[in-house]
Write a protein of this length. Sequence first.
Length: 164
Amino acid sequence: MKRNNIFNSVTLVLLTFLTFVLKMESHIGPPVIHLPPPSFRPLCAPQLALVSYACGMLPFTPGSHPSPISPPPSPSSPDDDEGRQSHHDEGHQSHNHTRGHRHRHRHHRTSQEDNCCRWARDIDSRCVCEILVKLPLFLTRPLHEYTVVIGESCTVTYSCGGPI
């Protein structure tokens, strides 16, 4: 009986020990799950908001249209031409005109255009491509570029390629 008592005691201690060890092992930590490395995507919403705010202040000007072709001058005698030229020069003594010459005034970029251009250049192409991929299929291609013209002196091109 003494032997049986010792055996029961050892069995009880061993079972108690194993119970605590197994219990502790299960609480050490959750199972390790290997995740793929995070893909670093640009923060598109803030970038788009900045561009939208900066460019939203610019007036809308449709693309440059070709200037209308002026009708050819009517044939005239040399005497009529001199009379027209002298009449044309009245009030314009400071500079000369040649027939068909137009004054082209240089367009000065405004601070609004500068600001819009700066933010448009800073936006990540992936952000633009994510938006443009929602266009109808006939407007998109696997590899494509979109160009935005801001004013007369700022052109920004976004390159998109493959599925997004």
